[in-house]
Design a protein around this ligand. Sequence first.
Ligand code: ATP
Ligand code: MG
Ligand code: MG
Ligand code: MG
Length: 439
Amino acid sequence: MRLSRFFLPILKENPKEAEIVSHRLMLRAGMIKQQSQGIYTWLPLGKRVLDKVNAIIREEQNRAGAVELLMPTLQSAELWQESGRYDAYGKEMLRIKDRQERPMLYGPTNEEMITDVFRSFVKSYKDLPLNLYHIQLKFRDEIRPRFGTMRSREFLMKDAYSFDLNREGAVHAYNRMFAAYLRTFTRMGLRAIPMRADTGPIGGDLSHEFIILADTGESEVFCHKDFLDLDIPSEDTNFEDAAGLKGIFDKWTSRYAATSEMHDAEAFDAIPEGDRLSARGIEVGHIFYFGTKYSEAMGAKVQGPDGKEHAVHMGSYGIGPTRLVPAIIEASHDENGIIWPKAIAPFEAIVINMKSGDAACDAACETIYNALLKAGIDVLYDDKDERAGAKFATADLIGAPVQVIAGPRGVANGEVEIKDRKTGERETLTIEAAINRLT
Ligand code: ATP
Ligand code: MG
Ligand code: MG
Ligand code: MG
């Protein structure tokens, strides 16, 4: 991508409305624009990051055996009347009427709708286990939308729903998602800690929130320090192996970790003082097992091996991609801007032409840019006619992990500089060596 052809509306001034660093940086770097309170446009730079976050989520959901579909944002109130949640949900639900005066709603979550999909097609235990997910917009009329896309009213959620014949199967399904979540957040450069959580209005008796420790987090959390270095399940984790997955779950739940709602001060105080972590955290994911709550109410039943009808055991598993993007920035930035982990960087590298219009600089940059493109690298070429200082500031702000800097003096010797955005280290290399380094 050539910067002269891209759409990167950088803000020079610090936006006053931004209270936390991720919100400030997302606005300054031209990633998002607020359209009305808690409702955002994802501008091209932000959209690229969001797509990479979603791609990782998808890969790990698929690896764990979940199957993607896409449900609509608008739902009929009837489904929610069946489950009894239409009245219970309260003011967070945006209620709408269509032209026939039929009550509709913008989905805050999809348990009812997925249960309807399931009951329409699945009739036998032989079609289980099943886990269906989608990545779709949700709307919750939050009383206090804030911190940009961290707590917005319209937001993206990956929500998966599992269906099993009995509790044992459902626990296996739960553990698949538990392991998949550990892998998902790690691949984004985050350490998420699963914490025992309250099940809230969704109900059920097995639930974990995945929390990123951050001073700006809205949750108060308590956990054992060991969580900071526990091993993550490997890429070849066997998701069919229920005992193996239980081993992962047991390991990751053997230490104390709870949000304030579930906090047990006595158990926490039993941990040696030096091993206690009392911090703030951001909820980036949440998994629930809720048994037959919706399947009973909505008649989602399958025929079991005994020939009888059984209400299926269900779980639901959410991740917030539009919250993850600012959470990653909270965890990875400096005073000059964002420092993207490579896996989700909007551009893996930026080529900075310090003197656009200079024939030698232009030629060197084109050579490098084309070689990186050819190697399949997401590269941004700053070909704009701007002073070098402004270009460096932009490059640091938008946070590509590697910068290739080409100026007239170096290029005259056939050389460019490579700068590591995170460490600030610079190295002078020949153009050829720079290309080899990056491809
Ligand atoms: P919170 O406690 O922050 O209000 P929640 O517990 O209401 O979140 P869940 O119903 O568990 O949220 O939804 C699953 C995931 O969706 C959350 O873990 C979070 O990552 C994301 N999410 C929920 N509400 C929002 C929001 N208003 N803005 C952005 N992401 C959200
Ligand atoms: Mg909420
Ligand atoms: Mg919550
Ligand atoms: Mg939650």
